[in-house]
Design a protein around this ligand. Structure first.
Ligand SMILES: [Zn+2]
Length: 141
């Protein structure tokens, strides 16, 4: 999984050379050059090119947002791995949240941390084909 870049190291009101931006973010110069090709705004009338701090932060925020993953069938969102993970033993507990949704929670099979997923209660039977669902109130809804 690609790591998330910490935009908070970049000051909005400063400008950065490609090398400075790479150093500040702990990334390679090639990555920053790629970002420029992908539309990262720069000051083109000067060399070396300068990157606006504000533009850089917005660009990173957009990239991080785009990295949100989608869960496969039988996967829950692991808060530690920050990825879709199968629950240990495929065992989950269903807790109703609203009239139409509920929360599946389990233990990540990779890190042992908590993982969860909100599902529509119309999808319970679909999920129960893969997961062993226990209901928090002890009975089927
Ligand atoms: Zn995990």
């Amino acid at each position: 999984m690609a790591k998330r870049v910490k935009a908070s190291r970049i000051k909005k009101n400063l400008t950065y050379s490609i090398i400075e931006a790479a150093e500040e973010l702990g990334l390679s110069i090639a990555t920053i050059r790629n970002w420029i090709k992908q539309g990262l705004p720069i000051q083109k009338d000067q060399r070396p090119y300068l990157i606006y701090g504000s533009g850089l932060r917005e660009f990173i925020a957009r990239k991080n947002k785009a990295k949100k993953f989608t869960l496969e069938a039988g996967e829950l969102n692991c808060f530690t791995c920050k990825a879709g993970r199968k629950p240990l033993g495929n065992a989950v507990i269903y807790t109703p949240q609203t009239a139409k949704t509920g929360r599946l929670s389990g233990v990540c099979h990779v890190c042992g941390g908590k993982c969860a997923r909100i599902i529509s209660n119309t999808k319970i039977s679909e999920h129960s084909q893969i997961l062993k669902i226990q209901f928090s109130n002890g009975s089927a809804p």
